[in-house]
Each structure stands twice: as C-alpha cells, then as structure tokens.
Ligand binder design. Sequence first.
Ligand code: AMP
Ligand code: MG
Length: 501
Amino acid sequence: MQAPVDTFSPMGPWLQRFAEQGAGFHTELPAQGLPDPHWVAHSPACAELLGWPADWWQRNPEALAVFSGNALWPGMRPLASVYSGHQFGAWAGQLGDGRALLLGEVTTPSGLVEVQIKGAGLTPYSRMGDGRAVLRSSIREFLCSEAMHHLGIPTTRALCLTGSALSVRRERVETAAVLTRVAPSFLRFGHFEHFSHHGRHAQLKQLLDFAITEFYPACASEAQPALALLQAVSERTAMLLAHWQAVGFCHGVMNTDNMSLLGLTIDYGPFGFLDSFDPHHICNHTDTQGRYAFARQPQVAYWNLHALAQALVPLVGTGKGDDEDVAAIQAALASYGSVFSAEMTRLMRLKLGLATAQPEDPQLVDDFLRLLAANQVDYTIAMRRLAKVSSTSDEPAAPMRDIILDRAAYDAWETRYRARLRQEASVDAERALRMCMANPKFVLRNHLAETAIQRAEAGDFSETQQLLKVLSRPYDEQAEREAYAAFPPDWAQKLSVSCSS
Ligand code: AMP
Ligand code: MG
C-alpha cells in the first residue's frame, strides 16, 4: 500500500561510518527514552540542512518517539563513543558520551551528517552523571547552536527538542529533555587523546585514517598525514576562535573533550555572549580561576591543540618524538597563530567598515575595545551603532557617544576613526550597509534565553520558538523585534550560569 502523500519518511538509508570502526571506539546500547514525551521546539533551518520539510515532525507518526529516545527508525543503531581529555588543564582520564547517543548518519544535500540525541539515559561513560539533560540547558544549547549558525559561525546544529515531566535533580529539581544535534562529525580532540594515552597506537592510526578519509581528504596525499591533519585542525580552530572573539562569545568549558576536530562550536554549557565588553569576563561560575575567561580563549585553544599534537606524536615521523619530529609538530601548530591573527584582523576590519588594510588598524581597533572596556559599554550595541558614524560630519555620532561615559575619550577616538574613513574615501551609506552585515543586532543574551526558559518551564514553548525566529536573522533590523536588541535589564546581571546541565 502506498503511503499517504502527506506523511514524511526520513531519507534513508541510515549509515554507520563511525559504528563500523569497531568496538574499541564505542558501545552500542539502547536509549532510555523520556516517559510521556512532548515536543518543545524545532529548527526549520536544520530540517532544511537535512533536506527534510519544515513540518517533518508533524508528518511522521514516529517522530516524537524517535527524538525522545523511545523508538528507532529502521537502520538507526544507537551508540555512545569513548574519549578522554584534559579538563581545566589537568588530565581527566576516560570520559565519553555520558548522555549522548549517535543514532546514525544520513545523506543530506550538503553531505553525510551524524544525528545524535542528548539526554536519553545512562551509558558506560556516564561516570557520576544520570545520563539526562534538563530542559533549561537543552533550550540554551538548542537556541545557541542555531543562532551561531545564522551568525555564520561554525557549529554543531540542533534539529529539535523534546521534553517530559520526568524529574532530574541538579541544583534544584528540574525536568528532563532530549536534544537532537546534527554535525558532519562529533569527533573531539579527546578521541585522539584517548587512544594515544592508553598506547593503543593501531586504533589511534585507524582513527587518524578515518578522520582524514571522511573529513580532511586533502591530508591523505601529504608526506606526513598526521602533521597535515594537525595543521588543518589548527587552522580551522583559529578561524573558529577569531569568530568567537569578534562576536563576543564565551564558551565557558574549553576542555579538550569539548574541542571539535572539525573546528565547530560544540557542547554548549555555561556559554555567554558579552553584554558589556569585559575581556576578563568569566561566564562559567564554577571556573573560579578564570581559565576560560573571554580574552584567554584564543590561548586556551592553542593549549588544547598542543594536547592534540601530543596525542598524535606516535603517528609522526619515527613515532618517538625525536627532535626533528617535534620541530615539524611545532611548525604545524604555528599556523594557528598566523591564521588567528589574520582572521581576527579581517573580521575587525569588517566590523569597523574598513575596506582597505592600513598598518594602524589594529591599534584603532584595540583602542576602541579599551574604551568599551573602561566604560563598560555593551559590546553588541556599540558595534552595531558604529555604523552611525559619519565620515563627512565633524560631529561625533550621538547614538554612540550617548552610551559612553567618558565622552572626551570617545570623541578623540572617533576623530581618528573618521580620519581613517576619509583616507579611504569611505561612502557612509554603503559602509553602514556592510557594517550591519558584520555586526549582529541580535545575539542570544543570557536574559533572553532565561525568559524563554522560564516560560517553557511553565509549559509555554512559544517564546523559545519566537526567539529562534529572531536569532535566525541576526543581521536584519527586524524593527518590530526591537526589545530583543535592547540593553540587558538589571536582573540579567544577577544571572549565574553553572556547568550543571
Ligand atoms: P561537559 O563538560 O558537559 O562536556 O561534560 C563532560 C563529561 O561529562 C562528558 O563526558 C559528558 O558526557 C559527561 N556528562 C555531563 N553531564 C552528564 C550527565 N548528566 N550524565 C552523564 N554524563 C554527563
Ligand atoms: Mg562535553
């Protein structure tokens, strides 16, 4: 019998490239689904990525059961992968997917992607955890994954979110949710560290070959594929970090098990976008030392790349870490610094609307950021208002000047900026348009997420879906959504985001 035309079946078949790597890499196990689940949210853009219709979830009778961990579509084979890693600078030993399950891989218009559910019960790698994810943190991850994508920042994606009345104990009793994530791969630096640390060099080599064949094919033809991979990952990580710094994103838990081999933003926990510009901002209240403070992120990523490099030593040259091999590894890592600086400079020039490159530009940017920091000015709003500066007028731009306490310092800086714009004969209207495409008006501020969470916890998911809509067009004016671009309310300063999720 033919299926009615309005039903949707996922484009199969479901593939298992990662599952086929063998037992040492993962454990196959069934999900422990949410009891009596309900839908919380969907991302039409992520559905589009998969080549699925936006209303796929309404058109497949098993969709809710599948994405709450209660059923499988034919060909899905759930598994949890094993990895290790460094947490807060110290070796943490074996970790792994403590609550994430890879369901399978599916062909999409843009290539193969992995589909993973997070929060569907215990795995052999759950350690002290309960295998669950709470609604609060799942909404944050759902919204931020999609927001980052629409900002143009590499990230894992979020397809949908289901919830349940099931109680989960964190600092308080909350309810459980299951988030569905999508990415070409969820491989982390920690996967390599795992096999290397335990001296399982054959599996380490197998993982390298897998990663190169599937995700970095250009490295295969290099004389030293492991070095080529290290360099490619260093470059992608540098690009990612430049984007984070330019947009004012703080990840919060940059442990090596939370570093994507593909240079994607992964594992959204206590992340935050800067409200007022503070280089020392720490978004994770359990990070008492400030290891992962905003301005330290680029250095931490470099430290993490060294951990990856260390893990790859057995696959480089003699495999014993001879001087010559160490020098080659250092050279591969060095690309991180050059790519990061170049990309950071490029992004900040775009944000300032500078069409040409001049030697004084980094200083001009630096001084602007210092001004913002000294005056605790909102980063997103300040960058967006910079487009109001007129190169032809001799008057400072009021919308900018109004939000900076030290007016004299601002005026002095704006005079330099205007001179710089005149130097390249900048056309105000054209520049303003370009700047609005480089400086988002809407980012997922903590208080916006918090409002959506509070409503969702009371059973109303409309704000989550509404916020997703606003964040799907971060560079557009959306005049009717002005409130989402406003300064954070006073209560936002008291929001504290913990690691517990
Ligand atoms: P994170 O810092 O959130 O990336 O988590 C570090 C490790 O702890 C990972 O291996 C997670 O899978 C695991 N983990 C975190 N929360 C839980 C939980 N509630 N249940 C089981 N494992 C968890
Ligand atoms: Mg993690």
